[in-house]
Design a protein around this ligand. Structure first.
Ligand SMILES: Cc1ncc(COP(=O)(O)O)c(C=O)c1O
Length: 379
């Protein structure tokens, strides 16, 4: 017998054996500052004591239960999660990943409107399942056909959006800040304009907050950062700070327009993951938590303007570092790693991405500054 892994990932040259807070401990004993944060997953840093105890206690008390049964962790999650929501009445549905969360948001929006067209944007990434892939701007065609009509528009083009969003469109899906595309923010007024076009056409607006949510921008949700409220939003990654979760959140009034039996999941919304998500939501709401995210963001922005970096974009702890002409992000990433700092790349070869744990302290930014400076020191 032989088993090898499907080559889905281009692995980095290092091997990790442990992680503490915002540091990775490598097999060779080196400690690396992790400014990638498990791709927006490590909301509370690695090995958070309280989260570990919460998970352990819940596992011992009730490790799993079918979704047919009532249990306390579900009610506890609802109270904790509700505290961070934009004003209004919301419902949620729980799955296991960002792609599933988006799949279900699209399903709900098309069922509620009775329409079969979805608008998405150039540069978008919403996941790898059939519906999510249909609205993702990836190089590889994921499936031979899409499950609905998908119309791609240029990101940030108000005129194009106003022209395309008409009464045939059931849903418009977007990342409030496009992450994989290279941390591309919407131009001022763009989200408001899309919101108005959706209201006018009777189309539903979906925000994919898989990366921008759960406190990442220094407020709980990007909708609060931009002051534009969608009809549905999705999240995953950091929502349970390391356990797999997908959340589709919809305005309560929408729920009356779709059959109750439309959605379902075996693992989604189990007691252990909901206990972790409740603890995460409570920590995001705790005094000082988001203030620190904003302070660390300011420190990282200052620290980033060194070495080959010519500009910084993004908000909170989702930042894109623009590199000087002639530098390639993957090469700079590898050289920073040699100097003890892990950062991410993106689909834009001139952009490095930072998405660290939200517990990173402002003073830790100096390690990035030193590593960037050392890249341009003459040999
Ligand atoms: C914005 C966005 N949406 C959706 C997804 C898909 O999430 P998952 O990998 O959990 O399916 C991702 C993953 O990177 C993402 O960045």
């Amino acid at each position: 017998m032989k088993l090898t892994e499907f080559r889905a990932y281009k692995r980095l040259s290092i091997s990790v054996v442990a992680a503490e807070g915002c540091e990775l401990v490598l097999a060779d004993g080196r400690r690396v500052l992790d400014l990638y944060g498990g791709h927006c997953v490590n909301t509370l840093g690695a090995g958070d004591e309280e989260l570990g105890l919460t998970i352990q206690r819940q596992w011992k008390r009730l490790s799993f239960a079918t979704n047919l049964l009532d249990h306390a962790p579900r009610r506890d999650f609802q109270n904790a999660f509700a505290a961070n929501l934009p004003a209004g009445e919301w419902q949620y549905f729980c799955t296991n990943s960002g792609a599933e969360a988006n799949e279900n948001a699209l399903k709900l929006a098309l069922a509620a409107t009775g329409r079969s067209k979805v608008v998405y944007f150039k540069g978008a990434f919403h996941g790898r399942t059939a519906a999510a892939a249909a609205v993702s701007d990836t190089k590889l065609a994921a499936f031979p056909s899409t499950p609905f009509t998908a119309v791609k528009l240029p990101w940030g083009d108000e005129l194009a959006a106003r022209a395309a969003i008409d009464a045939t469109v059931g849903a418009v899906i977007l990342e409030p800040i496009q992450s994989l595309a290279g941390v591309v923010e919407p131009p001022t007024g763009f989200l408001e304009s899309v919101r108005r076009a959706c209201d006018h056409a009777g189309a539903l607006l979906i925000f994919d907050e898989v990366q921008t949510g759960n406190g990442r921008l220094g407020v709980p949700w990007a909708s609060q950062h931009f002051g534009v409220i969608p009809d549905l939003f999705t999240t995953a990654k950091g929502a349970a700070a390391g356990l797999p979760i997908g959340l589709t959140v919809l305005k309560s009034e929408l729920a009356t327009r779709v059959p109750e039996s439309l959605l379902g999941s075996t693992f989604g919304g189990g007691p252990v993951v909901l206990a972790a998500a409740a603890e995460t939501a409570r920590r995001i709401a705790a005094p000082g938590f988001l203030e620190r995210v904003r302070a660390t963001s300011a420190a990282l922005k200052r620290a980033s303007m060194h070495g080959p970096v010519t500009g910084v974009r993004g908000a909170g702890l989702l930042l894109g570092l623009e590199l000087e002409q002639g530098h390639v992000a993957a090469t700079v990433r590898d050289r920073l790693l040699e100097r003890g700092v892990l950062v991410g790349t993106s689909d834009d070869p001139r952009i490095l991405r930072l998405s660290p744990s939200l517990t990173l302290e402002p003073h830790e930014a100096s390690r990035l500054e030193e590593a960037l400076d050392s890249l341009t020191v003459p040999a």
